[in-house]
Ligand binder design. Sequence first.
Ligand code: ADP
Length: 547
Amino acid sequence: MHGLMMGDQLLVTNIMRFADRNFPDTEIVSVIGGHSVHRCTYADAFKRTRRLANALRTLGLQEGDRIGTLAWNDFRHFEIYYAASCSGAVCHTVNPRLFPEQIAYIVDHAQDQWIFADPMFADLLDSLWPTLQSPQGVIFLTDADHVPDTGIPRVLDYESLIAEQDEQFDWPDLDERSASALCYTSGTTGHPKGVLYDHRSTIIHAYAACMPDVMGLANRDTVLAVVPMFHANAWSLPYACPMVGARMVLPGPAMGDPAMLADLMDSESVTATMGVPTVWLSLLAYLRESGRRPGDLERMVVGGAACPRSLMEAFQDEYGVRVHHSWGMTEMSPLGVFNSPTRGALSLPPEQHPDIRIKQGRGVFGVEMRIVDENSDELPWDGVTSGALQVRGPWVCGEYFQPDEPDPAHLEDGWFDTGDVATIDRLGFMQITDRAKDVIKSGGEWISSIGLENATMGHPEVAEAAVIAVPHPKWSERPLLLIVRREGSELSRETILQWLEPMVARWWLPEEVLFIDEIPHTATGKIAKTELRQRYGRHPLPGASTE
Ligand code: ADP
Protein backbone atom coordinates (compact mmCIF):
# COMPACT_ATOMS: atom_id res chain seq x y z
CA MET A 1 0.00 0.00 0.00
CA HIS A 2 1.39 3.41 -0.93
CA GLY A 3 1.34 6.25 1.56
CA LEU A 4 -0.73 9.27 0.72
CA MET A 5 1.75 12.07 1.22
CA MET A 6 2.58 14.61 -1.48
CA GLY A 7 5.25 13.16 -3.70
CA ASP A 8 7.25 16.38 -4.10
CA GLN A 9 10.71 15.76 -5.47
CA LEU A 10 13.70 16.61 -3.29
CA LEU A 11 15.39 19.29 -5.38
CA VAL A 12 18.21 21.75 -4.79
CA THR A 13 15.75 24.24 -6.30
CA ASN A 14 13.68 23.91 -3.13
CA ILE A 15 16.54 25.09 -0.93
CA MET A 16 16.91 28.16 -3.13
CA ARG A 17 13.18 28.95 -3.10
CA PHE A 18 12.99 28.43 0.65
CA ALA A 19 15.99 30.60 1.48
CA ASP A 20 14.88 33.30 -0.95
CA ARG A 21 11.48 33.43 0.71
CA ASN A 22 12.46 32.99 4.35
CA PHE A 23 15.92 34.52 4.64
CA PRO A 24 16.09 37.18 1.90
CA ASP A 25 18.15 39.57 4.05
CA THR A 26 20.70 37.07 5.30
CA GLU A 27 24.16 38.06 4.17
CA ILE A 28 26.76 36.31 2.04
CA VAL A 29 30.12 37.94 2.66
CA SER A 30 32.84 37.14 0.12
CA VAL A 31 36.50 37.97 -0.21
CA ILE A 32 37.23 38.63 -3.86
CA GLY A 33 40.45 39.34 -5.78
CA GLY A 34 42.73 41.85 -4.10
CA HIS A 35 41.26 40.81 -0.75
CA SER A 36 38.36 43.24 -0.92
CA VAL A 37 35.15 42.27 0.83
CA HIS A 38 31.90 41.98 -1.10
CA ARG A 39 28.50 41.85 0.60
CA CYS A 40 25.18 40.68 -0.75
CA THR A 41 22.07 38.96 0.58
CA TYR A 42 20.50 35.62 -0.30
CA ALA A 43 17.81 37.57 -2.18
CA ASP A 44 20.47 39.42 -4.23
CA ALA A 45 22.34 36.21 -4.99
CA PHE A 46 19.22 34.30 -6.05
CA LYS A 47 18.07 37.18 -8.25
CA ARG A 48 21.41 36.98 -10.04
CA THR A 49 21.10 33.18 -10.08
CA ARG A 50 17.87 33.51 -12.10
CA ARG A 51 19.59 35.88 -14.51
CA LEU A 52 22.44 33.43 -14.85
CA ALA A 53 20.00 30.57 -15.53
CA ASN A 54 18.57 32.63 -18.42
CA ALA A 55 22.10 33.29 -19.64
CA LEU A 56 22.88 29.56 -19.58
CA ARG A 57 19.90 29.01 -21.87
CA THR A 58 21.13 31.71 -24.27
CA LEU A 59 24.50 29.94 -24.35
CA GLY A 60 22.61 26.88 -25.55
CA LEU A 61 23.08 24.81 -22.39
CA GLN A 62 20.60 21.98 -21.99
CA GLU A 63 19.52 19.74 -19.15
CA GLY A 64 22.28 17.27 -18.32
CA ASP A 65 25.09 19.42 -19.80
CA ARG A 66 28.14 19.83 -17.62
CA ILE A 67 29.37 23.28 -16.68
CA GLY A 68 32.90 23.48 -15.31
CA THR A 69 34.06 25.86 -12.59
CA LEU A 70 37.60 26.82 -11.59
CA ALA A 71 36.72 29.13 -8.77
CA TRP A 72 37.21 30.07 -5.13
CA ASN A 73 34.55 30.31 -2.48
CA ASP A 74 32.58 33.44 -3.26
CA PHE A 75 29.09 34.68 -4.17
CA ARG A 76 29.52 34.10 -7.90
CA HIS A 77 30.53 30.48 -7.41
CA PHE A 78 27.49 30.13 -5.13
CA GLU A 79 25.25 31.51 -7.89
CA ILE A 80 26.69 29.04 -10.43
CA TYR A 81 26.05 26.14 -8.03
CA TYR A 82 22.33 26.99 -8.03
CA ALA A 83 21.86 28.23 -11.61
CA ALA A 84 23.50 25.12 -13.05
CA SER A 85 21.87 22.46 -10.85
CA CYS A 86 18.40 24.02 -10.66
CA SER A 87 18.18 24.56 -14.42
CA GLY A 88 18.89 20.85 -14.89
CA ALA A 89 22.57 21.15 -15.84
CA VAL A 90 25.43 19.73 -13.79
CA CYS A 91 27.79 21.96 -11.83
CA HIS A 92 31.22 20.41 -12.24
CA THR A 93 33.64 21.91 -9.73
CA VAL A 94 37.26 21.48 -10.80
CA ASN A 95 40.05 21.70 -8.27
CA PRO A 96 42.52 24.31 -9.60
CA ARG A 97 45.28 22.94 -7.39
CA LEU A 98 45.47 19.67 -9.32
CA PHE A 99 48.25 19.11 -11.83
CA PRO A 100 47.40 20.84 -15.17
CA GLU A 101 47.30 17.45 -16.98
CA GLN A 102 44.74 16.21 -14.44
CA ILE A 103 42.63 19.34 -14.94
CA ALA A 104 42.69 18.82 -18.72
CA TYR A 105 41.76 15.15 -18.29
CA ILE A 106 38.88 16.01 -15.94
CA VAL A 107 37.41 18.80 -18.09
CA ASP A 108 37.38 16.61 -21.20
CA HIS A 109 36.27 13.47 -19.41
CA ALA A 110 33.30 15.37 -17.97
CA GLN A 111 32.71 17.03 -21.38
CA ASP A 112 32.34 20.44 -19.81
CA GLN A 113 30.61 22.80 -22.25
CA TRP A 114 31.72 26.07 -20.72
CA ILE A 115 34.14 26.93 -17.95
CA PHE A 116 33.46 29.59 -15.37
CA ALA A 117 36.86 30.67 -14.08
CA ASP A 118 38.37 33.10 -11.64
CA PRO A 119 40.65 35.52 -13.58
CA MET A 120 43.48 34.18 -11.44
CA PHE A 121 43.37 30.96 -13.48
CA ALA A 122 43.69 32.72 -16.86
CA ASP A 123 47.28 31.58 -17.48
CA LEU A 124 46.45 28.03 -16.54
CA LEU A 125 43.49 27.93 -18.93
CA ASP A 126 45.46 29.70 -21.64
CA SER A 127 48.15 27.02 -21.57
CA LEU A 128 45.63 24.16 -21.46
CA TRP A 129 43.32 25.53 -24.12
CA PRO A 130 45.00 24.04 -27.23
CA THR A 131 44.68 20.55 -25.71
CA LEU A 132 41.07 20.85 -24.47
CA GLN A 133 38.40 19.20 -26.63
CA SER A 134 35.05 19.91 -25.00
CA PRO A 135 34.65 23.49 -23.75
CA GLN A 136 33.29 26.12 -26.10
CA GLY A 137 34.73 29.00 -24.15
CA VAL A 138 35.52 30.60 -20.80
CA ILE A 139 33.44 32.95 -18.69
CA PHE A 140 35.67 34.91 -16.35
CA LEU A 141 34.18 35.67 -12.97
CA THR A 142 34.59 39.41 -13.16
CA ASP A 143 33.30 42.46 -15.04
CA ALA A 144 34.12 43.77 -18.52
CA ASP A 145 36.98 45.96 -17.23
CA HIS A 146 38.90 43.11 -15.63
CA VAL A 147 38.87 40.37 -18.23
CA PRO A 148 42.40 38.94 -18.45
CA ASP A 149 44.24 38.79 -21.74
CA THR A 150 44.40 35.29 -23.17
CA GLY A 151 44.61 33.52 -26.49
CA ILE A 152 41.32 31.71 -25.81
CA PRO A 153 39.01 32.45 -28.77
CA ARG A 154 35.68 32.67 -26.92
CA VAL A 155 35.83 34.66 -23.71
CA LEU A 156 33.00 36.35 -21.84
CA ASP A 157 32.77 38.12 -18.53
CA TYR A 158 30.25 37.06 -15.91
CA GLU A 159 28.81 40.46 -15.10
CA SER A 160 28.10 41.39 -18.74
CA LEU A 161 26.70 37.91 -19.35
CA ILE A 162 24.02 38.27 -16.70
CA ALA A 163 23.50 42.05 -16.84
CA GLU A 164 20.79 42.15 -19.51
CA GLN A 165 19.04 38.93 -18.53
CA ASP A 166 15.52 38.68 -17.16
CA GLU A 167 15.24 38.40 -13.36
CA GLN A 168 12.56 35.73 -13.67
CA PHE A 169 13.26 32.14 -14.59
CA ASP A 170 10.88 29.25 -14.79
CA TRP A 171 12.75 26.49 -12.96
CA PRO A 172 12.09 23.07 -14.48
CA ASP A 173 10.35 20.28 -12.54
CA LEU A 174 13.23 17.86 -12.34
CA ASP A 175 13.34 14.28 -11.26
CA GLU A 176 15.08 14.16 -7.87
CA ARG A 177 17.49 11.52 -9.17
CA SER A 178 18.77 13.85 -11.90
CA ALA A 179 22.43 14.77 -11.62
CA SER A 180 23.10 18.09 -9.90
CA ALA A 181 26.86 18.26 -9.42
CA LEU A 182 30.07 16.48 -10.32
CA CYS A 183 33.39 16.32 -8.51
CA TYR A 184 36.45 14.20 -9.30
CA THR A 185 38.56 12.56 -6.63
CA SER A 186 42.19 13.44 -7.07
CA GLY A 187 42.98 9.78 -7.75
CA THR A 188 46.29 8.91 -6.12
CA THR A 189 46.37 5.87 -8.43
CA GLY A 190 45.07 5.86 -11.99
CA HIS A 191 42.94 8.62 -13.45
CA PRO A 192 40.75 10.89 -11.32
CA LYS A 193 37.26 9.43 -10.92
CA GLY A 194 34.02 11.37 -11.22
CA VAL A 195 31.43 11.35 -8.46
CA LEU A 196 28.05 12.43 -9.79
CA TYR A 197 25.72 13.75 -7.08
CA ASP A 198 21.97 14.03 -7.60
CA HIS A 199 19.38 16.42 -6.21
CA ARG A 200 18.01 13.86 -3.77
CA SER A 201 21.39 12.85 -2.34
CA THR A 202 22.35 16.51 -1.98
CA ILE A 203 19.20 17.40 -0.05
CA ILE A 204 19.31 14.42 2.31
CA HIS A 205 23.00 15.04 2.94
CA ALA A 206 22.40 18.74 3.68
CA TYR A 207 19.68 17.84 6.20
CA ALA A 208 22.13 15.50 7.90
CA ALA A 209 24.86 18.16 7.93
CA CYS A 210 22.55 20.48 9.90
CA MET A 211 21.66 17.94 12.61
CA PRO A 212 22.66 18.97 16.14
CA ASP A 213 25.17 16.15 16.58
CA VAL A 214 26.61 16.81 13.16
CA MET A 215 27.53 20.39 12.20
CA GLY A 216 24.55 21.67 14.18
CA LEU A 217 24.02 24.57 11.78
CA ALA A 218 21.43 27.07 12.93
CA ASN A 219 19.97 30.31 11.74
CA ARG A 220 21.98 32.32 14.26
CA ASP A 221 25.27 30.95 12.93
CA THR A 222 27.78 32.83 10.84
CA VAL A 223 29.74 30.16 9.01
CA LEU A 224 33.22 30.69 7.63
CA ALA A 225 33.66 28.05 4.92
CA VAL A 226 37.38 27.38 4.62
CA VAL A 227 36.65 24.13 2.80
CA PRO A 228 36.81 24.85 -0.90
CA MET A 229 33.68 24.85 -3.02
CA PHE A 230 35.78 23.05 -5.64
CA HIS A 231 36.22 20.03 -3.40
CA ALA A 232 33.36 17.79 -2.27
CA ASN A 233 30.76 20.60 -2.28
CA ALA A 234 32.51 22.47 0.53
CA TRP A 235 31.17 19.77 2.86
CA SER A 236 27.61 20.77 1.91
CA LEU A 237 27.85 24.31 3.29
CA PRO A 238 26.49 26.02 0.14
CA TYR A 239 23.33 23.90 0.60
CA ALA A 240 23.13 23.48 4.36
CA CYS A 241 23.62 27.20 5.21
CA PRO A 242 20.73 28.47 3.04
CA MET A 243 18.62 25.56 4.27
CA VAL A 244 18.68 27.05 7.78
CA GLY A 245 19.40 30.65 6.81
CA ALA A 246 22.87 30.80 8.35
CA ARG A 247 25.06 33.74 7.36
CA MET A 248 27.90 32.71 5.06
CA VAL A 249 31.43 34.05 4.97
CA LEU A 250 33.32 32.91 1.89
CA PRO A 251 37.07 33.58 2.02
CA GLY A 252 37.75 33.55 -1.76
CA PRO A 253 41.43 33.29 -2.61
CA ALA A 254 42.36 34.11 1.01
CA MET A 255 41.62 30.57 2.12
CA GLY A 256 45.26 29.89 2.99
CA ASP A 257 45.92 33.30 4.56
CA PRO A 258 45.67 32.98 8.35
CA ALA A 259 45.73 36.75 8.96
CA MET A 260 42.76 37.22 6.64
CA LEU A 261 40.91 34.32 8.28
CA ALA A 262 41.49 35.89 11.69
CA ASP A 263 40.29 39.27 10.32
CA LEU A 264 37.09 37.66 9.00
CA MET A 265 36.47 35.82 12.27
CA ASP A 266 36.73 39.15 14.09
CA SER A 267 34.92 41.49 11.74
CA GLU A 268 32.08 39.12 10.83
CA SER A 269 31.61 37.52 14.28
CA VAL A 270 32.03 34.04 12.88
CA THR A 271 30.51 31.32 15.11
CA ALA A 272 31.46 28.16 13.21
CA THR A 273 34.15 27.24 10.72
CA MET A 274 35.21 24.16 8.79
CA GLY A 275 38.52 23.17 7.21
CA VAL A 276 41.42 20.73 6.87
CA PRO A 277 44.13 20.45 9.56
CA THR A 278 46.82 22.28 7.54
CA VAL A 279 44.66 25.41 7.45
CA TRP A 280 44.09 25.30 11.19
CA LEU A 281 47.75 24.58 11.94
CA SER A 282 48.77 27.74 10.10
CA LEU A 283 45.99 29.73 11.78
CA LEU A 284 47.15 28.48 15.18
CA ALA A 285 50.76 29.45 14.45
CA TYR A 286 49.58 32.90 13.37
CA LEU A 287 47.35 33.44 16.42
CA ARG A 288 50.16 32.45 18.79
CA GLU A 289 52.66 34.66 17.03
CA SER A 290 50.40 37.69 16.77
CA GLY A 291 48.68 37.30 20.14
CA ARG A 292 45.30 37.61 18.43
CA ARG A 293 42.22 35.49 19.17
CA PRO A 294 39.78 33.79 16.76
CA GLY A 295 37.00 36.32 17.44
CA ASP A 296 33.82 34.81 18.94
CA LEU A 297 34.39 31.46 17.29
CA GLU A 298 32.36 28.77 19.06
CA ARG A 299 33.17 25.66 17.08
CA MET A 300 35.52 24.36 14.46
CA VAL A 301 35.14 21.26 12.30
CA VAL A 302 38.37 19.52 11.32
CA GLY A 303 38.32 16.88 8.60
CA GLY A 304 39.81 15.76 5.30
CA ALA A 305 42.87 14.44 7.14
CA ALA A 306 43.49 13.32 10.71
CA CYS A 307 43.21 16.11 13.27
CA PRO A 308 46.39 16.25 15.40
CA ARG A 309 45.57 16.01 19.09
CA SER A 310 47.79 19.03 19.79
CA LEU A 311 45.69 21.11 17.37
CA MET A 312 42.43 20.09 19.04
CA GLU A 313 43.81 20.80 22.52
CA ALA A 314 45.27 24.16 21.53
CA PHE A 315 42.00 25.52 20.14
CA GLN A 316 39.97 24.07 23.00
CA ASP A 317 42.27 25.02 25.88
CA GLU A 318 43.78 28.28 24.63
CA TYR A 319 40.79 29.78 22.81
CA GLY A 320 37.75 27.95 24.22
CA VAL A 321 36.68 26.71 20.78
CA ARG A 322 34.81 23.37 20.60
CA VAL A 323 36.71 21.27 18.08
CA HIS A 324 34.83 18.51 16.22
CA HIS A 325 36.66 15.89 14.26
CA SER A 326 34.94 14.52 11.15
CA TRP A 327 35.75 12.08 8.37
CA GLY A 328 34.40 11.73 4.88
CA MET A 329 35.31 11.53 1.26
CA THR A 330 34.28 12.92 -2.12
CA GLU A 331 32.44 9.65 -2.76
CA MET A 332 30.34 10.34 0.36
CA SER A 333 29.15 13.85 -0.53
CA PRO A 334 31.42 13.98 1.72
CA LEU A 335 30.06 13.39 5.26
CA GLY A 336 30.81 10.02 6.81
CA VAL A 337 31.19 10.35 10.57
CA PHE A 338 31.16 13.28 12.98
CA ASN A 339 32.45 13.57 16.53
CA SER A 340 30.02 15.08 19.02
CA PRO A 341 29.78 13.98 22.65
CA THR A 342 27.19 11.30 23.32
CA ARG A 343 25.62 10.28 26.64
CA GLY A 344 27.76 7.13 26.60
CA ALA A 345 30.98 9.05 26.00
CA LEU A 346 30.19 11.71 28.60
CA SER A 347 29.54 9.07 31.25
CA LEU A 348 33.11 7.79 30.93
CA PRO A 349 35.76 9.11 33.37
CA PRO A 350 36.89 12.60 32.25
CA GLU A 351 40.46 11.45 31.65
CA GLN A 352 39.15 9.25 28.82
CA HIS A 353 37.30 12.09 27.05
CA PRO A 354 40.26 13.36 25.00
CA ASP A 355 40.83 9.85 23.59
CA ILE A 356 37.24 9.72 22.40
CA ARG A 357 37.13 13.27 21.04
CA ILE A 358 40.16 12.73 18.85
CA LYS A 359 38.48 9.81 17.09
CA GLN A 360 36.94 10.68 13.72
CA GLY A 361 33.42 10.23 15.06
CA ARG A 362 30.17 8.31 14.99
CA GLY A 363 28.10 7.29 12.00
CA VAL A 364 25.60 9.90 10.90
CA PHE A 365 22.09 8.55 10.18
CA GLY A 366 22.21 7.93 6.45
CA VAL A 367 25.59 6.23 6.46
CA GLU A 368 25.93 2.56 7.37
CA MET A 369 29.42 1.46 8.27
CA ARG A 370 31.29 -1.79 8.85
CA ILE A 371 34.86 -2.99 9.24
CA VAL A 372 35.89 -6.28 7.67
CA ASP A 373 38.93 -8.58 7.51
CA GLU A 374 40.62 -9.82 4.33
CA ASN A 375 37.90 -12.49 3.89
CA SER A 376 35.21 -9.78 4.08
CA ASP A 377 34.07 -11.12 7.46
CA GLU A 378 32.72 -8.39 9.69
CA LEU A 379 34.95 -7.43 12.63
CA PRO A 380 33.80 -6.54 16.15
CA TRP A 381 33.18 -2.97 17.35
CA ASP A 382 35.65 -3.26 20.23
CA GLY A 383 37.82 -0.21 19.59
CA VAL A 384 40.90 -2.39 19.09
CA THR A 385 40.35 -4.64 16.07
CA SER A 386 41.06 -2.77 12.85
CA GLY A 387 39.89 -3.63 9.36
CA ALA A 388 38.86 -2.29 5.98
CA LEU A 389 36.20 0.38 6.39
CA GLN A 390 33.15 0.00 4.14
CA VAL A 391 30.07 2.20 3.84
CA ARG A 392 26.71 2.44 2.12
CA GLY A 393 23.85 4.90 2.07
CA PRO A 394 21.77 7.29 -0.02
CA TRP A 395 24.55 9.89 -0.36
CA VAL A 396 27.36 7.40 -1.06
CA CYS A 397 28.52 7.14 -4.69
CA GLY A 398 26.94 4.05 -6.31
CA GLU A 399 29.29 3.98 -9.29
CA TYR A 400 31.79 6.36 -10.84
CA PHE A 401 30.93 8.56 -13.81
CA GLN A 402 31.90 6.79 -17.03
CA PRO A 403 34.92 5.02 -15.50
CA ASP A 404 37.93 4.25 -17.72
CA GLU A 405 39.07 1.34 -15.65
CA PRO A 406 37.53 -1.44 -13.53
CA ASP A 407 36.37 -0.22 -10.14
CA PRO A 408 37.23 -2.54 -7.28
CA ALA A 409 35.86 -0.17 -4.60
CA HIS A 410 32.21 -0.84 -5.37
CA LEU A 411 31.54 -4.31 -4.02
CA GLU A 412 29.02 -6.77 -5.34
CA ASP A 413 27.02 -6.81 -2.12
CA GLY A 414 26.32 -3.08 -2.37
CA TRP A 415 29.02 -1.77 -0.03
CA PHE A 416 31.70 0.76 -0.96
CA ASP A 417 35.26 0.09 0.15
CA THR A 418 36.66 3.42 1.36
CA GLY A 419 40.33 2.35 1.18
CA ASP A 420 40.67 3.39 4.83
CA VAL A 421 41.55 1.15 7.75
CA ALA A 422 39.71 1.79 10.99
CA THR A 423 38.58 0.61 14.40
CA ILE A 424 35.06 1.17 15.75
CA ASP A 425 34.51 1.14 19.53
CA ARG A 426 31.49 -0.15 21.39
CA LEU A 427 30.03 3.37 21.55
CA GLY A 428 30.18 3.54 17.76
CA PHE A 429 33.12 5.97 17.49
CA MET A 430 35.18 5.18 14.44
CA GLN A 431 38.90 5.90 14.32
CA ILE A 432 40.92 5.85 11.12
CA THR A 433 44.23 4.12 11.72
CA ASP A 434 45.42 4.51 8.15
CA ARG A 435 44.74 4.53 4.48
CA ALA A 436 45.11 0.93 3.36
CA LYS A 437 48.10 1.83 1.22
CA ASP A 438 49.85 3.88 3.94
CA VAL A 439 49.72 1.35 6.76
CA ILE A 440 53.13 -0.04 7.82
CA LYS A 441 53.20 -3.82 7.89
CA SER A 442 55.89 -4.72 10.39
CA GLY A 443 56.43 -8.38 11.31
CA GLY A 444 52.85 -9.27 10.40
CA GLU A 445 51.39 -6.49 12.59
CA TRP A 446 50.15 -3.10 11.45
CA ILE A 447 51.63 0.18 12.60
CA SER A 448 49.39 3.19 12.14
CA SER A 449 51.24 5.97 10.33
CA ILE A 450 48.55 8.41 11.52
CA GLY A 451 49.05 7.29 15.13
CA LEU A 452 52.78 7.95 14.95
CA GLU A 453 52.32 11.26 13.15
CA ASN A 454 49.86 12.49 15.74
CA ALA A 455 52.08 11.55 18.66
CA THR A 456 55.03 13.33 16.99
CA MET A 457 52.98 16.44 16.19
CA GLY A 458 52.28 16.82 19.89
CA HIS A 459 55.89 17.88 20.46
CA PRO A 460 56.05 21.67 20.70
CA GLU A 461 59.10 21.89 18.42
CA VAL A 462 57.51 19.91 15.58
CA ALA A 463 55.85 21.96 12.83
CA GLU A 464 54.72 18.94 10.83
CA ALA A 465 55.42 15.21 10.72
CA ALA A 466 54.84 12.34 8.32
CA VAL A 467 55.52 8.63 8.53
CA ILE A 468 56.07 6.27 5.60
CA ALA A 469 56.97 2.60 5.35
CA VAL A 470 60.43 1.60 4.14
CA PRO A 471 61.35 -1.98 3.27
CA HIS A 472 63.14 -4.01 5.93
CA PRO A 473 64.72 -7.45 5.43
CA LYS A 474 63.49 -8.88 8.71
CA TRP A 475 60.26 -7.05 9.49
CA SER A 476 59.19 -6.53 5.87
CA GLU A 477 58.48 -2.84 6.57
CA ARG A 478 59.48 -0.35 9.24
CA PRO A 479 58.32 3.25 9.80
CA LEU A 480 60.50 6.18 8.73
CA LEU A 481 59.67 9.39 10.59
CA LEU A 482 60.02 12.66 8.66
CA ILE A 483 59.90 15.90 10.64
CA VAL A 484 59.78 19.58 9.78
CA ARG A 485 61.13 21.38 12.84
CA ARG A 486 59.71 24.71 14.00
CA GLU A 487 61.84 27.68 13.10
CA GLY A 488 64.90 27.93 15.31
CA SER A 489 64.42 24.45 16.79
CA GLU A 490 67.38 22.07 17.21
CA LEU A 491 65.18 19.08 18.00
CA SER A 492 67.20 15.86 17.84
CA ARG A 493 66.40 12.26 16.94
CA GLU A 494 67.01 11.14 20.55
CA THR A 495 64.70 13.78 22.02
CA ILE A 496 61.80 12.93 19.73
CA LEU A 497 62.22 9.19 20.29
CA GLN A 498 62.17 9.77 24.05
CA TRP A 499 59.02 11.84 23.59
CA LEU A 500 57.34 9.06 21.63
CA GLU A 501 58.34 6.22 23.95
CA PRO A 502 55.55 6.53 26.52
CA MET A 503 52.93 7.22 23.84
CA VAL A 504 53.23 4.35 21.39
CA ALA A 505 53.97 0.61 21.52
CA ARG A 506 57.70 -0.07 21.73
CA TRP A 507 57.84 -1.87 18.39
CA TRP A 508 56.24 1.15 16.70
CA LEU A 509 59.26 3.34 17.55
CA PRO A 510 61.01 4.29 14.29
CA GLU A 511 64.68 3.39 13.90
CA GLU A 512 65.27 6.45 11.78
CA VAL A 513 64.18 10.07 11.95
CA LEU A 514 64.88 12.49 9.10
CA PHE A 515 64.60 16.24 9.54
CA ILE A 516 63.45 17.83 6.29
CA ASP A 517 62.59 21.37 5.16
CA GLU A 518 59.10 20.77 3.90
CA ILE A 519 56.40 18.11 3.70
CA PRO A 520 54.59 18.13 0.34
CA HIS A 521 50.79 18.28 0.28
CA THR A 522 48.22 17.09 -2.23
CA ALA A 523 45.76 19.37 -3.99
CA THR A 524 43.30 18.71 -1.18
CA GLY A 525 45.69 19.54 1.65
CA LYS A 526 46.66 16.01 2.67
CA ILE A 527 50.24 14.86 3.20
CA ALA A 528 51.46 13.67 -0.21
CA LYS A 529 52.63 10.22 0.86
CA THR A 530 53.20 9.02 -2.71
CA GLU A 531 55.70 11.81 -3.24
CA LEU A 532 57.36 11.14 0.12
CA ARG A 533 57.62 7.44 -0.73
CA GLN A 534 59.27 8.33 -4.05
CA ARG A 535 61.76 10.57 -2.29
CA TYR A 536 62.49 8.65 0.89
CA GLY A 537 60.98 5.17 0.40
CA ARG A 538 64.40 3.56 -0.12
CA HIS A 539 66.11 5.38 2.74
CA PRO A 540 68.50 2.92 4.46
CA LEU A 541 67.57 2.09 8.04
CA PRO A 542 70.27 1.67 10.68
CA GLY A 543 70.98 -2.03 11.21
CA ALA A 544 68.66 -3.15 8.41
CA SER A 545 71.42 -4.56 6.19
CA THR A 546 72.90 -6.75 8.93
CA GLU A 547 69.68 -8.43 10.04
P1 ADP B 1 41.01 13.19 -2.40
O1 ADP B 1 41.58 11.80 -2.46
O2 ADP B 1 40.51 13.73 -3.68
O3 ADP B 1 41.77 14.12 -1.53
P2 ADP B 1 38.88 12.98 -0.48
O4 ADP B 1 38.83 14.29 0.12
O5 ADP B 1 37.65 12.35 -0.91
O6 ADP B 1 39.71 13.00 -1.70
O7 ADP B 1 39.70 12.06 0.49
C1 ADP B 1 39.07 11.21 1.37
C2 ADP B 1 40.09 10.54 2.25
O8 ADP B 1 40.68 11.49 3.13
C3 ADP B 1 39.49 9.51 3.17
O9 ADP B 1 39.31 8.27 2.51
C4 ADP B 1 40.54 9.44 4.26
O10 ADP B 1 41.63 8.62 3.91
C5 ADP B 1 41.03 10.86 4.35
N1 ADP B 1 40.35 11.54 5.46
C6 ADP B 1 39.29 12.36 5.41
N2 ADP B 1 38.98 12.82 6.64
C7 ADP B 1 39.86 12.26 7.50
C8 ADP B 1 40.06 12.32 8.92
N3 ADP B 1 39.31 13.08 9.70
N4 ADP B 1 41.07 11.58 9.44
C9 ADP B 1 41.86 10.81 8.66
N5 ADP B 1 41.72 10.72 7.32
C10 ADP B 1 40.74 11.43 6.75
